[in-house]
Write a protein that binds this ligand. Structure first.
Ligand code: SAH
Length: 375
């Protein structure tokens, strides 16, 4: 029988479809196309997201022949860990390499009563905030839902935290505060968080998830209504003039519009406050007068303030405020009735602190499919 060369060549290079990262409906559709009954999708879901297995062979409630057929057509792949580092303070950072060789970073920050995973949503970023190292790396691409979920799964692998509802977990909280602007990749972030929040999936509740945005105003209400996660706003300045300089997105969505979206954020209350992040830049935004103006702006919003000492990076045009300036700023905000903790820098020695993440991924010429910024 003559060989069909084209077909042979194709099938020899075709990667098996990865099931890790598929949502419930996608997994169901995939299984129905595969000719399996719908309860098989539920069983697979349990093995993939509850047990975290990476091999069909261990799925003992599936018949051996069925497991073999699955293994012939599908994969349960994680991204490759291209570098893993541990800081003196226990913070861990993983540089993950995806199927197309693009890379992004994920950071685990252990604390006495919890552990937070800082997850990336894009490779690079479009926002060019002047104090952020990631902002100096141009956007390469959005991460897919599976690539976002995989960051949590890789951390669970490393921390030995399968199956999902584990007592005394080291990974209790998720912050979407890594590389990228999550609200510019909303659909994939949302699909990923639905897997993460599923009680039979990764089983991390929306109350333990915080999405941080530089202020993509038109997406904020949708994020609250559909995902109901905690919201953090990278505010960093109290006048439009300065904020536009620091966070150029402010030109499009100025402070008043941003705060209005916060005022009406679904699900926020005094028990579930919106976090306002404020990076402390020496002589730039750190005066007591600015602290007082911040208090005035936040009036009527269930808010808390997170003061972030500026984390330096090579060639950065700023310095961190003095301890005295940070303490004075915090006092003003605190005395007005808001909690105003100073975020302890973690993992600075491995460049894992806020704003220090950057991968060496570069934009491939001509083949880039950068998303159009929303709105
Ligand atoms: N694009 C989103 C997610 C990034 S979160 C956002 O802007 O919110 C990262 C947080 O770290 C943001 O609050 C960001 O403003 C802050 N950050 C960035 N660079 C920093 C630096 N060098 N030092 C301290 N905080 C920084």
């Amino acid at each position: 029988m003559p060989l069909d060369i084209a077909e042979t060549a194709n099938s020899s290079i075709a990667e098996p479809t990865n099931l890790v990262g598929l949502g419930r409906d996608e997994l169901k559709a995939e299984m129905s196309a595969f000719g399996a009954e719908s309860f098989r999708a539920r069983q697979l879901w349990h093995w993939i997201y509850h047990r975290g297995v990476t091999d069909f062979a261990v799925m003992t409630n599936l018949a051996k022949g069925f497991r073999e057929r699955l293994a012939a057509q599908y994969a349960l792949r994680r991204p490759e860990i291209s570098r893993a580092q541990v800081s003196r303070d226990g913070t861990r950072k993983w540089l993950l390499r995806f199927a197309d060789a693009q890379e992004a970073e994920t950071v685990h920050i252990p604390e006495s009563d919890r552990g937070t995973l800082c997850v990336s949503s894009q490779v690079g970023c479009t926002l060019t905030c002047t104090f952020c190292h990631t902002g100096t790396q141009r956007l390469v691409r959005n991460l897919g839902a599976g690539e976002i979920v995989a960051q949590i799964m890789v951390a669970r692998d490393a921390l030995g935290e399968w199956p999902s509802p584990h007592e005394d977990r080291q990974l209790t909280n998720i912050v979407l505060m890594g590389m990228g602007e999550p609200l510019y990749n909303y659909d994939n972030v949302a699909a990923a968080m639905k897997i993460v929040m599923d009680p039979e999936g990764l089983a991390i509740s929306k109350r333990k998830i915080t999405l941080s945005t530089a202020g993509v105003v038109p997406m904020i209400a949708r994020c609250g209504a559909e995902l109901g996660v905690n919201l953090a706003i990278s505010l960093h300045a109290v006048t439009d003039e300065l904020r536009t300089e620091l966070v150029p997105l402010n030109r499009k969505y100025p402070i008043a519009d941003l705060l209005e979206a916060c005022r009406t954020y679904p699900g926020s209350s005094n028990a579930r406050r919106i976090t306002f992040e404020y990076v402390m830049l020496k002589g730039i935004n750190d005066s007591p007068a600015e602290a007082r103006e911040l208090v005035r702006l936040l009036k009527g919003i269930p808010a808390k303030v997170n003061l972030i000492p500026f984390n330096p990076w090579p060639g950065a045009p700023y310095e961190c405020s003095t301890d005295a300036a940070i303490a004075a700023f915090s006092d003003v905000v605190f005395n007005a009735g808001y909690s105003a903790p100073v975020r302890t820098p973690r993992g600075r020695d491995i460049s894992a602190a806020c704003g220090q993440l950057k991968s060496d991924s570069i934009r491939a010429r001509r083949t880039v499919t950068a998303p159009a910024p929303a709105a």
